[in-house]
Design a protein around this ligand. Structure first.
Ligand code: SAH
Length: 407
């Protein structure tokens, strides 16, 4: 049993599943990753939660009911089943999407992404690192996606925060019915695949050195961006070519920029994968710092009909917000200056600490400084497989504004 103070209890009652360590009332005896019952300071029941002995987020509520230890596996199985069938409904024409999005699927601390026939599991907490729970999760996933392999991807920084021993990313399961063509499954690399977003194909290597996977949350925004895009396009922060390859289908040319050489190498392989069979505008991959490049291009008087800005999260903490907003403004200002009349800007922010209102305000200030009249065509968030949970603002992190420079 864990007792929480008034602030912790109010937070849970307001529908947010986290209690910070500073809101625990007494020292906790529960083992790392245990299922615990949570009470308020007067002993009233608040529900059951997964406990972390290390994280500042000490408690993540699972249910407002008190769940027995023996019932935990069943609860997780039911929730995984619900998450999987929800994705099947909303992402019918996609072979790649997020199956489980932590709090938004009432499975706080667990993320599972599907890349075609490969499921990638990430345990973000001590609880989901428990061997018994990992087995429950893997069994459930196998039941719902029998043809898929499962890889566990490890983020060393998160393991450090949770005080978990270091571990390598690894293949957890291969499908039982794996077609091995008589070669034996050892000879097939189950941690690699080719997946599809809106008909565009991408390489995926779950065990490659790079920290991030693909950005599935932009799946629907890539499709919408391609509906508006035209002419000469510039994709800034392209990573492995997510937007660029969508734009190449409709634009005359695409200049795609990233500071990561390994990401651009995969992007070029992705180009070969797509542009052999499909019409593609000419794509140029450029390794550069986006801030320097935009400054140089703007100074050189370059112009584009379509510009995409999809930077990494500039505001990792609330304190970083003012600096982050300055960064976003600089990028957007330079992009707006380079847009041809009637040109399209697709501008994103994945910083949870920057609200949609703040983002739009920043964009308005950038437009004013650039001397442009800008019309908002669409205000979007992450794809539907990354659902937003009301009262858990952290689930609504992605902003994607599509706008047009009128003059
Ligand atoms: N648009 C991509 C995702 C972009 S993620 C997609 O939809 O798939 C952010 C990218 O920004 C990463 O690839 C990272 O390498 C790159 N990046 C970070 N800082 C940068 C900088 N200063 N200049 C250029 N690229 C940068």
């Amino acid at each position: 049993m864990i007792a929480v103070n008034r602030r912790g209890a109010a937070r849970l009652r307001a529908g947010h599943p986290w209690v910070y360590r500073s809101d625990l009332l007494s020292s906790v005896q529960a083992p790392a990753g245990a299922l615990v019952h949570v009470r308020d300071e007067r002993g009233r029941k608040l529900g059951s939660a997964l406990y972390s002995s290390a994280s500042q987020i000490a408690v993540r509520l699972l249910s407002s009911e008190e769940i027995a230890d023996e019932a935990l596996a069943d609860l997780l199985r039911r929730r995984i089943g619900t998450a999987a069938s929800f994705r099947r409904e909303i992402a019918q024409d996609a072979n790649s999407y997020r199956i489980i999005f932590s709090e938004a699927d009432l499975l706080p601390g667990l993320i599972v992404d599907k890349y075609n026939d490969l499921l990638v599991l990430q345990a973000l907490t001590q609880a989901f690192d428990r061997e018994d729970l990992r087995q429950v999760v893997a069994d459930s996933l196998t039941e719902h996606f029998p043809a898929a392999s499962i890889v566990e991807r490890v983020d060393p920084h998160i393991r450090e925060l949770e005080q978990l021993p270091p571990r390598q990313s690894r293949l957890l399961r291969v499908p039982r019915s794996s077609p091995d063509f008589g070669l034996g499954w050892e000879t097939i690399d189950h941690s690699k695949t080719i997946f599809t977003l809106n008909g565009v194909r991408f390489h995926y290597d779950a065990l490659s050195g790079q920290k991030t996977g693909a950005f599935l949350d932009q799946r629907e925004n890539c499709a919408v961006a391609a509906r508006y895009a035209l002419g000469a396009a510039l994709d800034v922060f392209t990573y492995q070519g997510g937007f660029a390859l969508h734009l190449a289908r409709v634009c005359d040319s695409v200049t795609a920029v990233d500071s990561s050489r390994p990401a651009l190498e995969v992007a070029e392989q992705n180009e070969q994968l797509n542009c052999a069979q499909h019409r593609c505008g000419e794509i140029e991959w450029i390794e550069a710092n986006a801030f320097d490049l935009l400054k140089d291009y703007a100074a050189a008087g370059r112009e584009y009909d379509t510009i995409v800005l999809d930077p990494p999260a500039f505001a990792k903490t609330k304190r970083a917000l003012p600096t982050a907003l300055r960064g976003y403004k600089e990028l957007n200002l330079r992009a707006l200056k380079m847009l041809r009349p009637r040109g399209i800007l697709v501008t994103c922010s994945c910083s949870f600490h920057v609200s949609e209102a703040e983002f739009l305000e920043m964009l308005g200030a950038a437009a004013a400084d650039a001397g442009r009249v800008v019309r908002v065509l669409a205000k979007r968030g992450a794809a539907q497989d990354h659902p937003v949970l009301l009262n858990v603002p952290e689930t609504a992190y992605l902003k994607c504004v599509i706008c047009q420079a009128l003059a």
